[in-house]
Design a protein around this ligand. Structure first.
Ligand SMILES: NC(=O)CC(=O)C(=O)O
Length: 275
């Protein structure tokens, strides 16, 4: 199955971001992808964390979710809609949620980011604080779904950005084993430069699975800079495709023989002693 990871440089304009997401998903489908993944916060990168309330949608309703469902159905693709802020019962709290749509446009999975990012970014003057916990409520359950490519099914595990730093989440996604892990992200420039590729390849190697990591990458109109380097990594840790900066679509093919070979030759998932 050909899969595609979309890189964006989302802005403070919700409408513009939806237009760009639509164009890039169409480009991915035209390139033959049967599964397409968008980055974290694809629909909005605000100035402050609280700006997310402006565009947050109720679960199952709203223009971003309608667009995603419609695109999945029209293009007949599995669509991993990076992440969107969703409203909760508490008017002061949102979730950072990854929604997945099947090729008929039906919702098939929802994952709420479990690990909320906090970081004091160094720079000139006072550090700039990222603090998702100020407005988000954390999810508490790993989620996966089965994507059918017509020949076989692929179990796809879901995670979001900062989750990448918590290997125990991915171990939880190995019961039963996922064959592809999605990590829609918006890594900061400084943390991404230091850790992004290292962590993605480590998660692929230790779980012997493909990793698809669509990212935000570039200078945003909120003056933040994200690292980008959207990547698809194979179960041996090789980078199959990469988009360093700016918008774009990268694709790669999931090869069942490659996956089976890596897991057969080096059966380290079976050798685990601590479960
Ligand atoms: N932005 C994030 O959620 C995570 C990040 O940038 C990092 O872990 O580094």
């Amino acid at each position: 199955m050909r899969i595609a990871a979309v890189q964006m440089v989302s802005s403070t304009s919700f409408e513009h971001n939806l237009q760009r997401a639509e164009a890039l998903v169409r480009e991915a489908a035209a390139a033959g992808a049967k599964l397409v993944a968008l980055p974290e916060n694809f629909a909005f990168m605000g100035r402050a964390d609280t700006d997310k309330f402006e565009i947050a949608e109720a679960p199952g309703a709203g223009p971003a979710q309608r667009l995603m469902a419609g695109l999945a159905a029209e293009l007949s693709v599995w669509l991993i809609a990076g992440s969107l802020p969703l409203r909760t019962g508490d008017p002061t709290r949102l979730t950072n949620s990854c929604l997945v749509y099947g090729p008929d446009g039906a919702p098939v999975a929802r994952y709420d980011k479990i690990h909320l990012f906090r970081y004091d970014e160094p720079g000139e003057g006072a550090p700039r604080r990222y603090d998702e916990g100020a407005v988000l409520v954390a999810g508490d359950a790993p989620q996966s779904f089965l994507a059918d490519d017509g020949e076989r099914q692929w179990r796809v595990g879901l995670s979001i950005c900062y989750d990448l730093r918590f290997p125990e989440l991915y171990r939880a996604l190995m019961h039963p084993p996922c064959e592809l892990i999605a990590v829609p992200s918006a890594f900061t420039y400084t943390t991404g430069r230091a850790h992004w590729e290292l962590l993605l390849r480590a998660r692929a190697v230790e779980n012997q699975c493909y990793v698809i990591a669509p990212a935000q990458g570039g200078l945003h109109d909120n003056s933040r800079r994200t690292w980008g380097h959207t990547m698809i990594v194979d179960p041996w840790g090789e980078v199959l495709a990469q988009q360093p900066e700016q918008e774009g679509v990268v694709t790669a093919v999931l090869d069942p023989a490659r996956l089976d070979e890596v897991r057969r030759r080096l059966p380290c998932l079976e050798h685990r002693r601590l479960r």
